[in-house]
Write a protein that binds this ligand. Sequence first.
Ligand code: SME
Length: 150
Amino acid sequence: MFSQLKLKISSIVRETGKDTDEKLQSICELLKETVPYYDWVGFYFRNGDKEELKLGPYAGAPTDHTIIPFGKGICGQVAVSNQNFVVPDVTAQDNYIACSITVKAEIVVPLFVNDKNIGQIDIDSNTPDPFSAEDERFLEYINREVAQLF
Ligand code: SME
């Protein structure tokens, strides 16, 4: 599944006639539709020079959390740590921002452009403990591809 998706994502990134947000939107939708345990897929980006993240394109239920201060929640922690954050069980996290009561697990992988953390891909799952190292490598690949758009 991931090897086919990688090809599709690379071709979305290289498509002509679509702007960056449209490409990111297509990637979110493709991931949500194809991977059974990806229930919400979105990109957050640093909001200018502010110490906060702003929601970019996403697929899934609308969220109230369009702005997340650095350090807050799983996303805000990744903005500061520059490390992948895999949460097998969201109820075990103190510093977590709930978007929906159906969410059981979350993975956030930072997006680097010229070694600078400019944002992240965030995935919520309604399945408990669904993410493996394979998901991390896959999402790192996506972010390397997406980085070429910036
Ligand atoms: N759960 C995230 C907030 C963003 S939503 O998942 C869309 C967090 O704790 O940072």
